[in-house]
Design a protein around this ligand. Structure first.
Ligand code: SF4
Length: 384
């Protein structure tokens, strides 16, 4: 079969609208001006007025001005579970990106409403795997006669549609903390894995933790016919990696690692597994956001750390550990631009509209999609 070449479904900074995009919309509506000196007080007052009615989740990559109002901080999966553990709160304000709010909606009770303060806060990685593209990929695997041998595994950083696809095909969701356990389970069930949408997490886990070789891995490019792979390549592969990546972590390079080692004697290089394979190979330690936080908490005073992850988090960690030398791995500024869309004006609008009895920017996953996505999420929770 052939796959038509198509444009990337990305929108820059929420401009315009694209129904194939993970977020799919821009974010219209009146916002308080960013220059309003009372924004902090307004957020505080609206939150106080809502009391237990609202629970605010703050992803680690959010700005400090937003994090200060979070009831809990964490990675996307921890936050979704925290929301589900508070059924008494009818409103969940998710300061993160769109796929995270979808997961929270899937995992919370029916009466809880999940609000994303800026609808244009998507994730470029999640946008790199659309439902139609993944369906076409599966057809290519069927045409190659291998679909029955393939277990799909999707990273948490994917749309509800993709999680539902994986659930329908007997696969699982994974996080950067449990990717090895997810792959152990998948290879116990099938001969091959289709790993969505982050090729780097898939490759780093398969090669560095599962003992596969780089030759066992192929990359499926959704913008090329049949993913740019021959049937022979598909049949021989053990790991079929989707050609997606994080636009933040993908910017770190082996040169960044070499440069910081030359500049800071004795530095420890600590990176997230969404970084490219050569960056992970050059690092001293690799692990999820929670692992990075715990590693720096446990690090001895005076030690030096070059951290390869999102800049808001690295800055916060540097401030939290003044007795350690915590620095960003790359000189180039590296915020996640879509995470950064959630700012104080958007948060104030969400809280004030809720306090006035109006729900703005609710994220709701349809029941059928939620049912299948939930199956893939539940499979992750049941991983041995
Ligand atoms: S940091 Fe990367 S994976 Fe996370 S939301 Fe931003 S683009 Fe997506």
């Amino acid at each position: 079969m052939t796959t038509p070449v198509r444009d990337l479904p990305l929108l820059f900074l929420g401009e315009g609208s694209d129904p194939a995009s993970e977020r799919g919309v821009d974010c219209p509506g009146d916002l308080p001006p960013a220059s309003d000196p009372d924004l902090v007080e307004r957020a505080r007052a609206a939150k106080a007025a809502l009391g237990d009615q609202v629970f605010i989740l703050g992803h680690h990559y959010q700005r400090d001005e937003v994090i200060q109002f979070a009831d809990v901080t964490g990675d996307s999966f921890k936050l979704a579970r925290e929301a589900a553990a508070r059924p008494q709160a009818p409103y969940i304000v998710f300061c993160g990106v769109h796929f995270m709010a979808e997961s929270a909606d899937i995992l919370t009770a029916a009466h809880q409403k999940v609000i994303l303060p800026d609808l244009a806060a998507g994730c470029s990685m999640a946008d790199m795997a659309t439902f139609d593209q993944v369906e076409e990929c599966w057809e290519a695997l069927e045409d190659a006669g291998i679909a029955d041998d393939v277990v799909p595994v999707t990273y948490m950083n994917s749309s509800a549609d993709i999680k539902a696809f994986v659930g329908r095909h007997g696969g699982t969701v994974c996080t950067s903390s449990n990717a090895k356990r997810a792959l152990d389970w998948a290879y116990g069930k099938g001969k091959k894995v289709l790993f969505l949408p982050d090729q780097h997490l898939g490759r780093n886990t398969a090669v560095l933790e599962m003992g596969l070789s780089l030759d066992d891995c192929v990359v499926y490019n959704p913008h090329r016919p049949d993913g740019g792979l021959s049937r022979k390549e598909l049949r021989e592969a053990r790991m079929i990696l989707w050609r997606g990546h994080c636009s933040v972590h993908g910017r770190f390079s082996k040169e960044s690692v070499d440069e910081v080692r030359a500049r800071v004697p004795g530095v420890n290089v600590l990176v997230h597994p969404e970084c490219r394979h050569e960056v992970v190979l050059g690092a001293d330690r690799v692990g999820s956001t929670e692992y990075i936080i715990k590693t720096l908490d446990a690090a001895p005073p005076g030690s030096s750390w070059a951290v390869g992850t999102e800049l808001n988090l690295v800055r916060r960690l540097a401030n939290a550990h003044p007795d350690k030398n915590v620095m960003f791995l790359d000189k180039a500024v590296c915020f996640c631009s879509t995470m950064n869309r959630i700012d104080l004006p958007h948060l104030v609008r969400s809280l004030e509209t809720l306090a006035a009895g109006e729900v703005v920017n609710r994220i709701e996953v349809d029941a059928e999609t939620a049912r299948h996505a939930r199956a893939a999420l539940d499979q992750m929770l049941a991983l041995p």
